[in-house]
Design a protein around this ligand. Structure first.
Ligand SMILES: *Cc1c(COP(=O)(O)O)cnc(C)c1O
Length: 371
């Protein structure tokens, strides 16, 4: 079976360095909030081009703590609204509702699967405080238009960059395209730890300090609690592992781009819609996409998935159920988001990771073209 994602092979590439990094942590006797954590934050902020990065326990916490910090600072409050794409992974939406704010769903563009910038303004009310953009599958959103709308209506722009580490929009990387950004280092993400991890990036010192305190029991100084915080920190061990893997991230991305290019140039099956990179000319750019996922679309998705599986190719669906159709959001179950529903019915993700062999990519292309 050609796997959808092979983390064992991915991490085996860096085995010696990872073992050395882990050994150093074991021998240091310091396991939480030490030097590795600090160094990783500095290096990751530099990578993104942002002033601050705050390591947290996972990507959901990064997004949740950003909103929570805006509440503590007095920029948001219970009952406010945050605009978010209707086809995102559920975590983006959970971060909003967890804070007692209301997620307001906006449909995506069917070509890029990112939020449709033409549909944002009609959803803005007096309660709207932010637009949460999601650079879905690894491709950055139309940030010029989004930032223009945000400026006009005095809204914060929060990026969900959990799938887009290193993706550019013009000359800036995600993590530095809005007011604050959440990243996940879940093992399967483009920058993956060997366990859970996350970070928030921003240029706003007050926001960064507040997020850091909130994730540390609401404390900036030991035993002095400013907020009713939580415990959400990036372990030294994961920070050390991430420092090794961050050094190779651009190489991994380059390999993903080569695989994507190969798929795009060689899959000729007319029944399968390939990903269309941001088609607005000003930002059409190879570097906008880091190919976290290679998502195709077809109206006979389940048949294609079965055919590929019968031929030894594992695929996945991102995602099978739209957020508004989830039991967790019962209040939305009768609402209609036709573009999201179509996407959720039709998408199929092909195998994609940097260490995927050329032979496997060739075989996948051949099997699809024979369908
Ligand atoms: C993975 C993911 C998250 C959540 O990250 P975790 O580290 O798993 O909590 C949030 N948003 C998107 C778009 C994701 O893909």
């Amino acid at each position: 079976m050609i796997p959808f994602l092979d983390l064992k092979n991915t991490n085996a590439q860096y085995r010696e360095e990872l073992i050395k990094a882990c050994t150093n942590i074991i021998d240091s006797g310091w396991y939480i909030q030490g030097d590795e954590h600090k160094k990783f934050e500095k290096e990751f902020a530099m990578f993104c081009g942002s002033k601050y990065a705050v390591g947290v326990a996972n990507g959901l916490d990064a997004l949740t703590l950003i909103i929570r910090a805006y509440k503590e600072i007095g920029i948001m409050k219970d009952g406010d609204e945050v605009i978010v794409p209707s086809n995102t992974y559920i975590a983006s939406i959970l971060a909003i509702s967890e804070n007692n704010l209301t997620p307001v769903l906006v449909e995506p563009d069917i070509d890029t699967y990112n939020i449709d910038t033409n549909k944002i303004e009609e959803k803005i009310t007096t309660k709207t405080k932010a637009i949460m953009v999601v650079h879905l599958y690894g491709q950055t959103c139309h940030m010029d238009e989004i930032n223009k709308i945000a400026k006009k209506h005095n809204l914060k722009v929060i990026e969900d960059s959990a799938q887009s580490h290193g993706a550019y929009y013009k000359d800036k990387r995600c993590g530095n395209l809005g007011d604050a950004s959440g990243f996940s280092f879940y093992p399967g993400k483009n920058l993956g730890a060997l366990g859970d991890g996350g970070a928030a990036t921003t240029d706003d010192k007050e926001l960064a300090d507040t997020i850091r305190a909130l994730g540390n029991y609401g404390s900036a100084k030991k035993y002095e609690n400013i907020y009713k915080g939580s415990n959400s920190r990036l372990d030294e061990l994961q920070a050390a592992i991430l420092r090794v893997k961050l050094r190779y991230l651009d190489d991994e991305t380059k390999k993903r781009r080569e695989i994507a290019q190969h798929y795009i140039e060689n899959i000729k099956n007319k029944g399968i819609i390939l990903p269309i990179q941001n088609s607005k000319s000003e930002i059409r750019n190879y570097e906008n996409h880091v190919w976290h996922l290679f998502v195709t679309r077809t109206d006979k998705r389940d048949e294609l998935q079965k055919y590929l599986s019968d031929n030894g190719i594992q695929t996945m669906i991102h995602y099978p159920i739209a957020p508004h159709r989830q039991q967790a959001y019962k209040e939305w179950n009768n609402d209609s988001y036709p573009i999201s529903e179509k996407i959720h019915d039709e998408v199929l993700s092909l195998p994609m990771y940097g260490a995927q062999s050329f032979e496997n990519t060739q075989k996948i292309i051949k099997v699809i073209n024979d369908y």
